[in-house]
Design a protein. Sequence first.
Length: 262
Amino acid sequence: MAVLSLMESGSSIYENKYVGIENYIAVFNSPYFYNALLNTFIWTVGNLVLTAILGLVGALAANELEGKLKRILMVLIMIPWFMPWGATAMIWKHLWTTPYGIFGWLAFISGLIKEGQAILTSLPSAFLAPMITETWKIYPLGLLMFYAGLRQIPKEIYESAQIDGGGVFLIFRYITIPLLKPIIITFILLNLMWIMGSFAIMFILTGGAPAYATELYSLLIYRKVFLEIKYYEGAALSMILFVILFTIGVLTIYFYKKEVFR
């Protein structure tokens, strides 16, 4: 991939010509690159925040349950995570369709969208709907990780804090969150990798429409390679994404070690 990003087609399909960083220059001069980068940043931060909140709230609730009900709910909650990405996207696409899908119909009768509009072709709903779908798909992993972390915190710590007069908020802030830090950092690292490289949900729901307004970085790579047949620019885009993800991974591991082994 790194070698391809420095090449372009020669006089025949079997011949490549070395062009140095010209493919990278073409990428950086393209407004679609910055549009996709901004969309991916918003997509990543939005999904990361939503999955973290839903996962943590769900884990706190599950930690209070006991018995058979708890086991049944945990199995049901994990269903989205085990579903194939394509199947998830197709199901939710029908749910978002206006006015036949349940969410599309609710948005229409509540006045959130006007007659003639559709959730998946109008902004900002065309961006928010796939984000909600992605969150539903991946939040069970966060819930499971946070739940496993909560189970490792001794109950005696909470009991001592309550005896000392600590309220729910103070206990959550000064006991639960600090003790969950290693889990939170691991969750952020894993989710960043998955969300930044996310493809299926946005591709099936909007395909980057309207007018590339919802085009993520992964969709831009797909468009360059498979639709515009610009393999070498696609390789350059892939290498840039690799550098971004590698940098994020190194920084996350650094902060993880700093927190856990300090």
